[in-house]
Design a protein around this ligand. Structure first.
Ligand SMILES: [Zn+2]
Length: 395
């Protein structure tokens, strides 16, 4: 069961920016009027030249109410629900969902955009100053995927990133983290340390083996609230690899087919538990790469496998949407690991990447470009993908 999800094409602009964790409204380039709700032409001068721009969100709560009756099935199950009317400092007045920490009207608030259970942008007002246990708000928790008190599967705990993600989840209050591992003969002190954590449980999981994925899904699939796919193979090579197609095949086998096998076995149970109230399945996280947007020839076959995974993740997102389970894609730049040794800094540390994963869950966003390098690539790609391709091909 999801909230009403019909949106006009113009209104999808709010959803697109909320998916990145931003609150944007349209600004008229002729008269500078800020528009709300989204529209095709300026409400003041009828110009069709409207551009989405990030907003500070500050404003005055001028009225608030508690809804105790609704004809909508989604809200019927979640009443009472707090709503307010905010006059934004930027101009327009908007109906918003109200965080429980907001003082009654009249009071100052900060409006932000969030994705609701249907995956669409809605406005939510927060108190200006932090209040204790801010993330625990019942209405806010409907729009986020906070790992606190949830059970999480991290598919590969053998990598430095996988290990950092496990530690970050436990620090964020996850109830239990299952840690998958393949290649049991590869031992490390960091991996062994995970086994000693009271809220972590190690289990064999090989994404290249459909039977292994099926077996783990049968054991724990019905209990996983959040799945984080950290498994990946990364060889630093272009098309002319000395090993023929072997590197490209192993990258595809984990980065693309591994995701497909996971989705085939885990997605049905997670969809089924998408509306299970407080203990529902809530998110699926894919560790992709900013190279999924445009091929980085020095890591060409890896880029191709991540582009394939991105396309499949979009399919998974569409299939999970009606169940209210969010699919979150993380697009890091180079990470400080063995495959990027030849690349000059800056590189992202596994710990920083893990913090970005947890924050994405807490904010309930869909797409994250963590770190300066990924942010810069993403900005250049949005400006002009062809120019970025030419720059990358020049080395
Ligand atoms: Zn105008």
């Amino acid at each position: 069961m999801i909230p009403p999800s019909a949106r006009s094409r113009a209104a999808l602009g709010l959803t697109a920016s909320a998916a990145l964790g931003r609150f944007e409204l349209q600004i008229c380039s002729a008269c500078a009027a800020v528009q709300y709700p989204a529209r095709e032409t300026c409400h003041r001068c009828l110009s069709g030249s409207l551009h989405w721009r990030e907003q500070p969100g500050t404003g005055e709560l001028i009225a608030d109410t508690i809804v105790r009756h609704s004809n909508d099935m989604y809200f019927q199950e979640r009443l009472p629900w707090r709503l307010g009317l905010v006059r934004l400092d930027a101009g327009p007045t908007a109906v918003v969902h109200l965080h429980g920490g907001c003082a009654p009207a009249p009071s100052r608030v900060r409006v932000a955009a969030r994705l609701d259970k249907s995956g669409h942008g809605v406005l939510l007002a927060f108190p200006i100053d932090e209040v204790p246990n801010m993330a625990d708000d019942r209405q806010l928790r409907e729009m986020t995927c906070d790992p606190q008190r949830r059970r999480v599967l991290v598919t590969d705990g053998k990598t430095a990133v996988g290990q950092a993600v496990v530690h970050a989840l436990i620090a964020a209050g996850a109830d239990l983290v299952w840690v998958g591992y393949a290649e049991p003969w590869k031992e490390s002190a960091e991996f062994a340390a995970l086994g000693a954590l009271s809220r972590a449980a190690l289990l064999p999981l090989d994404l290249t083996n459909a039977q292994s994925v099926k077996k783990v899904a049968a054991e724990i699939g019905g209990d996983v609230d959040i799945l984080i796919n950290t498994a990946e193979v990364h060889r630093a090579c272009g098309i002319a690899s000395p090993s023929g197609d072997e590197a490209a095949r192993s990258e595809m086998d984990v980065n693309y087919f591994g995701l497909l096998r996971l989705a085939q076995e885990f997605a049905p149970a997670m969809r089924y538990r998408g509306a299970d109230g407080e203990s529902s399945a809530t998110a699926w996280v894919n560790l992709l790469s900013v190279y999924a947007l445009s091929n980085f020839p020095a890591h060409g076959t890896y880029s191709a496998s991540k582009a394939a995974a991105l396309s499949l993740a979009q399919c998974l997102r569409a299939e999970m949407r009606s169940a209210g389970v969010r699919v979150i894609n993380i697009f890091p730049g180079p990470i400080e690991d063995e495959w990027n040794q030849m690349l000059p800094p800056p590189k992202m540390t596994p710990a920083a990447l893990a913090r970005a994963v947890v924050k994405a869950l807490q904010d309930g966003v869909e797409d994250v470009y963590p770190g300066d390098v990924a942010q810069e690539w993403f900005t250049r790609w949005r400006e002009n993908p062809k120019v970025l391709e030419k720059e990358l091909s020049a080395g």
